[in-house]
Design a protein around this ligand. Structure first.
Ligand SMILES: [Zn+2]
Length: 233
């Protein structure tokens, strides 16, 4: 058999092993994390922080209201219990009560606004939770598909390696060394074939005698332009 052709077949096996191994690495990364799940998780964390902030603002306003109410009842008690007689003091108490009433009205308004914001934020939070759940479910489905693909690839690689060992045993060691060196330096494409009396890899035309050498069954012919092994049938 043409030694170049043997190497060409070996190259086919090696390319398949390389592609399958590369896909296995990709799968390993895909099984580890999922961008959609991560983004849904981050989004939910943001939404929860937002609700938390509104709840805390709401509580502060509420506390303020309670304090102002206590103060207002105290002032009202002083105004009506008859202990304060001085008209100036009485007038100042009345003014204080009026001012507290106004403040309380504003605070009530603010509380209602916060409550509306909180409703909205909690609805968004629920939607965010649903999104995350859905993303996790989709990830689980894709994980089971990827795991099946991984199993198939591992079997394929094992079979290819067995095939490779059989092929390599039939190939001359020197030719094999040339092939291995070229595979590294030529980006995986070590062997080209004769195509219209030219090298199929770089396209440079070969003389009749070079084509003859490329068809030799025992000697390797290297393309004078790109240095790859060229075989002809
Ligand atoms: Zn070439």
């Amino acid at each position: 058999m043409n030694i170049g052709f043997q190497l060409f077949q070996l190259q086919g096996i090696d390319t398949e092993i390389y592609r399958s191994s590369k896909r296995l690495l990709q799968i390993a990364a895909l099984l580890e994390t999922d961008a959609t799940v991560e983004s849904a998780r981050n989004n939910l964390a943001d939404l929860r922080a937002k609700s938390e902030q509104i709840r805390s603002d709401f509580d502060l306003i509420n506390q303020d209201i309670q304090q102002k109410k206590v103060k207002k009842s105290q002032s009202e008690a002083s105004l009506y219990n008859g202990k304060v007689q001085n008209p100036k003091e009485l007038q100042s108490l009345e003014m204080e009560i009026a001012s507290l009433e106004k403040i309380l009205k504003d605070l009530d308004q603010k509380l209602v606004e916060k409550l509306m914001l909180l409703d909205e934020a909690e609805a968004q939070e629920s939607a965010g939770e649903a999104d995350l759940k859905q993303a996790i479910a989709a990830f689980e489905t894709s994980k089971s598909l990827l795991t099946a693909e991984k199993g198939n690839l591992e079997t394929a690689i094992r079979n290819l390696n067995v095939k490779r060992t059989t092929y390599v045993a039939q190939i001359d060691q020197n030719a094999l060394n040339t092939y291995e060196t070229l595979r590294k330096s030529k980006n995986g494409l070590a062997v080209a074939h004769l195509q219209d009396d030219s090298c199929s890899a770089c396209g440079s035309s070969l003389t009749a005698s070079q084509c003859q050498q490329a068809r030799s069954t025992s000697l390797l012919f290297l393309c004078p332009s790109c240095g790859r092994i060229v075989y002809g049938s």
